[in-house]
Design a protein around this ligand. Structure first.
Ligand code: HEM
Length: 464
């Protein structure tokens, strides 16, 4: 959930005038609990106040949490026109830019979605598999039997590499090297500059905002240089074909008008901002869960050996359900809206809590336990499980994310034997907007069938 701009209802005791009940604790205490232990805070409020409750979070104001399948369905699908998603994303405009999909609504949003849809679906995404395999294998070649690996760090590198090489189609080694250093620093953005616009000041070139601006400028310069070069190449070789998103965006347009460099930059940065860390973190949670359940691991291993994607997908879905990387998505009412006996004025901020929906004991019995059987052979109703959201803002990268997760998991389980470094489950730790495994999904490598590369081998020799 992200902070919002615009008109909002005023906070009052509990939720606020006319809003559903919620904790009466001072906003500063609620904010501290929400920031330190969001899953515990959300589930405690859900138990105490029911599936529609109001929390008061500094920087957000009153936030109405929607956790029931019926209300979530109304907000995302049936009554979607009564809500604005772009205003709920307002606080990240300075990162993703004004042409971003996340910053648009109505017809403009539909047009941008259509444009990005093609490169992120079907055969295009399947084209990325070979590159993905080579990227994972390259990571794995440094895994010595007996060594400890932090899978979250490893998957951050893998998903970044997939993004900049397969999705952006960058091959220039100097640009790749620079992005490998800059992007992780950029995405480690101090969450306070999102929450507190007052911090977005240069302060004489020191502090988080100035640092962030320098990083963003350098990343933008690299992306702009890549766009210019790609335009020149396409002009020189009009028959050039590529399956990366950037080339496809340069060669298609929904309205006949070519996209400007700024539009292309905003689309690239948006994909990076929403697609990389989510996939890396979800992969880390997958291994954190599956390696702690002998029977689940045996089933996944057999599925990988037999190429049974139904069981593998069930195991991935169950990991997303049990350990969501983010709890909710934001929406703001554009006019008066009524639900569950409440009348909400325009400007009410909603946190549509897909995470709490997935952890509801009424919908998913014993939600703490990891069980592939929840999704195989019969899947839960689509209203009870929305891993990629729903409606007109449903995740555009869902196909890519599933292909990437299947490919990474299959490559690892075919070539290595891993076990968790600690028997105890890793705690859920908030890190920026993500909920990550507390120890970064640490594993011990028991066996690795991939030989190590000779020390002199380079990335481009190995993988291009
Ligand atoms: C496991 C990984 C992922 C998860 C769990 C996930 C989840 C989500 C969810 C729940 C939304 C809905 C947000 C809303 O309703 O406001 C969303 C939106 C989006 N996701 Fe993902 N995502 C993942 C990976 C990716 C990847 C790999 C990409 C692209 C490279 C991507 C691109 C997007 C975009 C562009 C949107 C905005 C769609 C719109 O507003 O129309 N996601 N994602």
């Amino acid at each position: 959930m992200k902070p919002a701009a615009g008109r909002r209802p005023q906070p009052g005791r509990g939720g606020g005038a006319g809003l559903p009940a919620g904790p009466a604790l001072p906003a500063v205490v609620q904010t501290a609990l929400w920031a330190a232990a969001p899953v515990w805070f959300g589930r405690t409020c859900l138990r105490r106040y029911g599936p529609l409750f109001t929390a008061r979070i500094l920087g957000f104001g009153p936030v109405v949490y929607a956790c029931s399948p019926e209300t979530i369905r109304r907000i995302l699908l049936d009554d979607a026109a009564a809500f604005d998603a772009a205003s709920a994303n307002e606080s990240i405009r300075f990162v993703v830019g004004e042409h971003s999909l996340l910053m648009s609504g109505g017809a403009e949003h539909t047009r941008r979605r259509k444009l990005l849809m093609r490169p992120l679906h079907g055969r295009n995404v399947a084209d990325y598999v070979d590159v993905m395999v080579s990227i994972v294998e390259r990571e794995m070649r440094s895994w010595r039997p007996g060594s400890t690996v932090r899978l979250l760090d490893c998957f951050q590198r893998v998903t970044l590499e997939v993004m900049i090489r397969a999705v952006f189609g960058i091959t220039d080694s100097a640009r790749l090297d620079r992005l490998r250093v800059l992007v992780p620093k950029l995405l480690a953005l101090n969450p306070l500059i999102i929450l507190l616009p007052a911090l977005r000041k240069p302060f004489g070139g020191i502090g988080p905002w100035a640092r962030f601006q320098r990083l963003l400028r350098e990343v933008d310069d690299i992306i702009h240089a890549e766009i210019r070069q790609r335009r020149q190449r396409l002009a020189a070789e009009p028959d050039l074909r590529g399956s990366d998103v950037l080339t496809l965006l340069l060669t298609t347009s929904s309205s006949g008008t070519p996209l400007s460099d700024t539009e292309l930059r905003d689309h690239m940065v948006t994909l990076l901002a929403v697609g990389q860390e989510t996939t890396a973190t979800q992969l880390a949670w997958f291994f954190e869960r599956v390696l702690r359940s002998g029977s689940a691991l045996r089933r996944v291993q057999a599925a990988v050996d037999e190429g049974d994607t139904r069981v593998l997908d069930a195991a991935i879905h169950e990991a997303i359900r049990a350990r969501p990387t983010t709890l909710d998505v934001g929406r703001i009412t554009v006019g008066r809206w009524e639900a569950e006996g409440h009348s909400f004025p325009a400007g009410t901020l909603f946190a549509v809590s897909l995470g709490l929906l997935h952890l509801s004991p009424d919908l998913h019995p014993v939600p703490e336990s990891y069980s592939i059987d929840r999704f195989h052979p019969v899947e839960p109703p689509s209203t009870h499980f929305l891993p990629f959201g729903g409606g007109n803002h449903r995740c555009l990268g869902a196909s890519l994310a599933m292909v990437e997760m299947r490919t990474v998991i299959t490559t690892i389980l075919r070539n290595a034997r891993l076990r968790p470094r600690r028997a105890a489950p890793e705690r859920v730790k908030p890190k920026g907007p993500m909920l990550v495994p507390g120890h970064g999904a640490e594993v011990v490598v028991d066996a690795n069938h991939l030989p190590a590369y000779a020390a002199s081998a380079t990335v481009s020799e190995e993988t291009t």
